[in-house]
Design a protein around this ligand. Structure first.
Ligand SMILES: [Zn+2]
Length: 221
């Protein structure tokens, strides 16, 4: 099987390099004047590595939004939800039907904005409830667009979560909240940290695995 790169990025570099992104796409970085033949030969040589990495991340392209968002399906707190274009002026979410009505002229940016607002409300409430239960104090909840991490806790106990965590099942979201709140006590991954997590989320290993297996979810919007 011949492997074709999804993207070739040329720049003033001297060597060729390949990466497989979280959605399984093969990205090649090449010198400005590097011939196609040389690129293909390089890929050929690295095919084992590429196939192994792509298999780990082999996810249907349908999982990722394209230009046309009509009928695009994604998970919201683990529940399937669909975008539908409509003639209205603003974005409306019908919770009972799990349909996000999007004005035709609006795009991914509006969906992102909506997801961020929803993430802020849901994660803040969850963090407040869990903090009470754990006796934890945090400064505030911030929503990021991070694609590399689900959440973090800063030195001053500001909790940050990527809005993309919204795609995860509710119990997984809870785990991430508990995890970051546990960091308000322990700014490390010591035994004490994990036992704190475990006392509020006994099944944390399964949830952590879910996040690992679904890293490509971070590429949605
Ligand atoms: Zn952590």
């Amino acid at each position: 099987m011949k492997i074709i790169p999804d993207k070739i990025i040329r720049s003033k570099r001297k060597t060729l390099s390949i990466t497989v992104d979280t959605s399984g796409k093969l990205i090649v970085r090449a010198p400005l004047r590097c011939s196609e033949a040389r690129i293909l030969a390089f890929i050929e040589k690295k095919s084992d590595w590429i196939l192994k990495h792509q298999a780990n991340r082999s996810v249907s392209k349908e999982l990722f939004p394209g230009e046309n968002l009509n009928e695009f399906k994604f998970l919201l707190q683990g529940t399937p939800c669909e975008i539908r274009y409509y003639d209205g002026k603003r974005l409306v979410f019908d919770e009972s039907k799990a349909v996000l009505y999007l004005p035709k002229e609006k795009g991914a940016e509006s969906v992102q904005k909506w997801l961020k607002a929803r993430a802020k409300a849901i994660f803040t409430e969850l963090a407040q409830n869990r903090a009470k239960q754990m006796g934890a104090r945090f400064k505030s909840v911030r929503i990021s667009s991070a694609k590399g991490r689900w959440g973090s806790c800063s030195a001053d106990n500001t909790l940050r979560f990527t809005f993309r965590l919204l795609y995860a099942p509710y119990v997984v979201i809870e785990y991430v909240i508990i995890h970051e709140l546990a960091h308000t006590f322990h700014k490390n991954y010591s035994k004490a940290f994990w036992s704190k997590v475990e006392s509020y989320c006994p099944d944390w290993k399964t949830k952590r695995k879910w996040l690992k297996d679904h890293g490509y979810f971070m590429q949605i919007f």
